[in-house]
Ligand binder design. Sequence first.
Ligand SMILES: Cc1cc2nc3c(=O)[nH]c(=O)nc-3n(C[C@H](O)[C@H](O)[C@H](O)COP(=O)(O)O)c2cc1C
Length: 335
Amino acid sequence: MNQYLPDAYTVRAAIALAVRAPSVHNTQPWEWRFSGRTVELRADARRHLRHTDPDGRDLLVSCGCVLHHFTVAAAALGWAAQIERLPEPGLLARITLVPHDTRDGDIALAAAIPRRRSDRRPFAERPLLVRDEVFLAKSATDHGALLRLLDDAPQLSALTGASLAARELHRADTDYGIELAAWSGRRYAPDGVPAQNAVHATEAPRVRDFADAQLADTAEPDGAALTVLATRGDEPADRLRAGEAASAVLLTATRLNLASCLVTEPLELTSTRALVRDCVLDGKLEPQLVVRVGYLPEGAAPLPATPRRPIGEVVRPFGHGYGVGLPIPAQLRRH
Ligand SMILES: Cc1cc2nc3c(=O)[nH]c(=O)nc-3n(C[C@H](O)[C@H](O)[C@H](O)COP(=O)(O)O)c2cc1C
């Protein structure tokens, strides 16, 4: 063993934890390669949702989430990730792993990864602690984004209006509906949104019309705090950063025992996204995601974890080799 070079089992362990990251419709649109201390992340364009996410924002944000999850997992395993973002066409990130003294905070954040869920149920009517608001906001700014808590009625009604309008436009879009039906209502599938994690759509704007939703919505008002995660620009690097920041916010929320869920439907259409940009962010920042955060009602059962594809499907050969010291799995030999 070389203490300055991560072995393949360590890198694969970090990737296995990283892929617990959230992704739009649980498409898991990423591909990993590694050799020695170098790890590369690419988007898997075959998993791009063309009708839900025509400009590819959700795809890049999802990859940003998995990138941040990877850095958290690697830190807990004793490796700091030095990241070059978009170093060449087609490559989202080149990561160099260097030895790192794991701290308690690294372990605590990594431990949040398997506990996090996208929870679409109504949250309790209980305001966030100011201390927690500060932690969440800081986790976004630490990653180059801004988390704005919507705390006045005009902003909240603008977001509700944008969400309802997006839902109506999507309901009229057959291609969107076919894509949503194909990627949700899943049972025993390694990807897509499982029926058991989706909430039966009511008129609540927080809920996307996922197919065959099994969780009954209650008539309770939703007490979630609504936040918008924004960046200064809207270039691919900004979207990737937004995903990293969203991942940091979600893991911080989990650490604080807060429930959370990302919502992007109102940002997937040009007109409703413009409404959020102008009415919620004063036209000055680019909205990338809505993040619902809050407390589950007393006694709410934990949600099951959503499935992930086997690690062998997301790790590809690097150059002529495959990782370090591991045999090429049979299903990859064809590629
Ligand atoms: C870019 C992005 C957009 C998302 N948009 C929504 C959304 O609009 N509504 C929703 O309920 N969940 C949304 N999600 C959450 C995913 O559906 C969820 O991460 C995925 O199903 C995996 O489940 P998990 O987060 O519980 O592991 C989004 C996630 C990402 C990364």
